[in-house]
Design a protein around this ligand. Structure first.
Ligand code: XIL
Length: 364
């Protein structure tokens, strides 16, 4: 009893700077992280938050490690953009992103048609990029977005040249280059309730594993819309479905955008509820290791560029003020952390009751 009270004190001391990542870890997750893009590095106020390990325990370069930015011409590698964000991560974890993807792919890869040529291009790319970051990446998104919403394979240059074998091949190369990194398949619209795409992703992961590839995790991007995001139950069911084939799950690129702007208090509260469902789902599933937001501040979100008229998807607004969603997420993490700290007591009580029940046959 005394011990539990003592353990709770450091969590609730007023004035202690302890935020999203601090409580996420106290609640049992490995990290609460964020993407950081190169364009934000000169913004001192933003960077003070991005560098705060209590706020974010993991950093993902939003663009710097992508193919177009690491091997713009064949065999010639550059890591300036990725390194600049890796420096921000410092001693913290990095979720590294991404090795084989159809977007932000330099034109020269599009003109490769033969299987053997594509196989060696993928080998060279993964080997050089992963070697450069070896030891710095908690995980790598090895293959990104290989499936369409209807469950069919995306007709990427990699698929065109090698069929689905490009997936197992990519993971095999990745495992040999940095055996310590967790290797993820990452995609969007797979954080929903079990649908054709979710089934197709699980099936392709299983087939690649059967072909000898190590795939440790499935990353669910979770670019969602306010008001139509999934409930905790749906999200949890989907994760349990994936958990049958991989050891880890993570929400990797979370943002929950308003589809109409400007927004009022009610929409902001709905956004907060939508974020909370996702956080609760991760906390409820043993294999869910962490949550990464696809930037934490609206001015660096990709949403307005990609979906004109939509946005304000992040936890902080353009003035770096915390939104209701931030406060709600933090409070869920704090409660989960407090429950976890108090858990031994609850377990002890449950055991005692069970013992009493077992000892008293009349009670059955
Ligand atoms: C986005 C970046 O945030 C933008 O800056 C860039 O212009 C396009 O890509 N899925 C992914 C991410 O896996 O890499 C994408 O990031 C968003 C969708």
């Amino acid at each position: 009893m005394h011990l539990h009270a003592y353990l709770l004190i450091p969590l609730f001391l007023p004035g202690v700077s302890a935020q999203l990542n601090h409580y996420a870890q106290a609640a049992g997750l490995k990290f609460f992280g964020t993407a950081v893009d190169n364009g934000a590095l000169g913004n001192a106020a933003y960077m003070a938050i991005a560098r705060d390990a209590d706020e974010f325990g993991s950093v993902t370069p939003a663009n710097g490690q992508k193919w177009a930015n690491t091997e713009a011409s064949r065999g010639s590698f550059g890591f300036g953009m990725g390194d600049a964000v890796a420096a921000v991560a410092g001693e913290r974890l990095m979720r590294c992103h991404t090795l084989v993807w159809h977007n932000q792919l330099p034109g020269w890869v599009n003109s490769i048609f033969s299987r053997s040529d594509m196989e060696s291009v993928i080998t060279t790319h993964i080997t050089n990029v992963m070697n450069h970051y070896k030891g710095q990446c908690y995980s790598w998104d090895v293959v990104n977005e290989a499936v369409e919403d209807d469950g069919s394979f995306r007709q990427s240059p990699m698929f065109r040249a090698m069929g689905e074998d490009f997936i197992a091949h990519s993971f095999k190369v990745a495992a040999s280059v940095d055996p310590a990194a967790k290797l993820y398949y990452n995609d969007f619209n797979i954080e929903r309730y079990i649908n054709d795409k979710i089934r197709a992703v699980r099936a392709l992961v299983s087939r690649a594993q059967a072909a000898g590839a190590r795939i440790d995790g499935i990353g669910m991007q979770d670019h969602a819309r306010v008001g139509s995001a999934q409930s905790q139950k749906e999200l949890t069911d989907t994760m349990e479905f994936f958990a049958e084939v991989v050891d880890e799950l993570a929400y990797t690129e979370v943002d929950i955008r308003h589809t109409r702007l400007p927004v009022g208090d009610e929409e902001r509260e709905q956004q907060a509820r939508d974020y909370v469902e996702m956080v609760r789902a991760c906390l409820a599933v043993e294999k869910c290791v962490g949550i990464t937001v696809w930037d934490f501040a609206d001015q660096y979100s990709w949403i307005p560029n990609e979906f004109p008229g939509e946005g304000e998807a992040c936890l902080f607004d353009r003035n770096l003020q915390k939104k209701p969603a931030y406060h709600s997420v933090l409070s869920v993490l704090q409660s989960a952390a407090a429950e976890r700290t108090a858990a031994p007591e609850i377990t002890a009580t449950a055991t005692t009751l069970e013992t009493v029940a077992t000892a008293d046959p009349a009670g059955k």
